[in-house]
Design a protein around this ligand. Structure first.
Ligand code: PMV
Length: 330
């Protein structure tokens, strides 16, 4: 059996949240996104019996797919196909690809991109290779198009580079230095929402009222640039109000929901400095910026307000910032 065979390769990729700029990023404006390493996708490659080709197993989704007969628009089969072609192996290997993920699906945390990145890295490892982040990101982007039509490229970038980025479509991602670490509470509404549909609705609304939507996107872009400066300078106090303003513009864009608003209000009422939805919206997750001593309290308030799951995560490494502070002082 495949599971008794030795491990040939392994790959992992984290979840992500967009701190600022979702939706506007599809229209060429910048966005800031960070990896969330507390949740991740993992893929493992084991040898399969001779002549069996590539078999993809996704036990969380209760799916088993034979690559040879998979439909062309199946995202799991597609990442395997394009990665094998990028690796240029002489023949199709007899491998079983098993993928698991703790990243909530259709919830604004980039689960599709992370699953693709984990599979591509595992296949590369099994082929005796490792992809640089840019190559990995380009492979994942091709599959993102199957998940949601016109992806900006922010998801594949963050899960491939695994670091905070300032991202603009068509430009190399700029790594973002976190001047001082900060804490987020992530709350899941439990409402699944397909990115493709929400992005499509925003496109139709933009087509119907281009001036109004362009103005919203420009205002979001200004917030993203202000947030970038605040994050790099460690001015955490400035970030909360910027998050709240970004949320207001997302409401005006029509992508929030009652469930999201309930969680966002609950977080603010418990002392969060700012809160907003993350990803496509209409469901999925929200984030709240919190002083660390309020994090547990805010998480409990989110649960009382209906969150099906909460997570507390730190952005930026405290040791790194202490080191940088020492360097600056010396
Ligand atoms: O819902 P997610 O995690 O796939 O994020 C979507 C982010 C959008 O800006 C709405 C779309 C995109 O392609 O950037």
């Amino acid at each position: 059996m495949a599971s008794d065979e030795a491990l040939l390769g392994r790959g992992t990729a984290p979840g992500k949240v967009i701190l600022f700029g979702e939706h506007a990023v599809v229209y060429g404006r910048p966005a800031i996104a960070v990896p969330v390493t507390r949740v991740r996708a993992e893929a493992r490659i084991t040898a399969a019996s001779r002549g069996s080709g590539v078999l993809i197993q996704a036990p969380d989704l209760a799916r088993t797919i034979a690559l040879a007969t998979a439909p062309p628009d199946d995202p799991l089969a597609e990442i395997v196909r394009i990665t094998l072609s990028a690796l240029g192996l002489p023949s199709t290997p007899d491998w079983t690809v098993t993928v698991r993920s703790t990243i909530p699906i259709a919830a604004g945390m980039g689960s599709g991109a992370a699953v693709s990145a984990a599979i591509a890295q595992a296949l590369a490892a099994a082929g005796g290779r490792a992809f640089p982040p840019q190559t990995l990101s380009e492979l994942v982007y091709q599959v993102e198009r199957l998940y949601h039509g016109t992806p900006s490229g922010v998801d594949n970038t963050v899960v491939s580079y695994v670091r905070p980025v300032y991202f603009r479509r068509g430009h190399p991602p700029l790594p973002l230095d976190i001047g001082r670490p900060f804490w987020l509470v992530i709350g899941d509404t439990g409402v699944r929402s397909a990115t493709r549909e929400v992005v499509g609705d925003v496109r139709r609304a933009w087509q119907a009222a281009p001036d109004r939507y362009e103005r919203l996107f420009d205002r979001i872009a200004a917030l993203v640039d202000a947030a970038r400066a605040a994050i790099e300078q460690g001015d955490i106090a400035a970030l909360g109000p910027l998050m709240n303003e970004n949320q207001q513009l997302l409401v005006e864009m029509g992508v929030s929901s009652l469930e999201l608003e309930r969680l966002i209000s609950a977080a603010r009422a418990q002392g969060a400095a700012g809160a907003k939805l993350v990803g496509a919206g209409r469901g999925g997750n929200m984030i709240a910026l919190v002083p660390p001593e309020r994090a547990e309290e805010v998480a409990r308030a989110l649960q009382r307000a209906g969150a099906v799951r909460t997570m507390i995560t730190q952005v930026g490494d405290s040791l790194e910032s202490i080191r940088r502070g020492r360097e600056a002082a010396s």
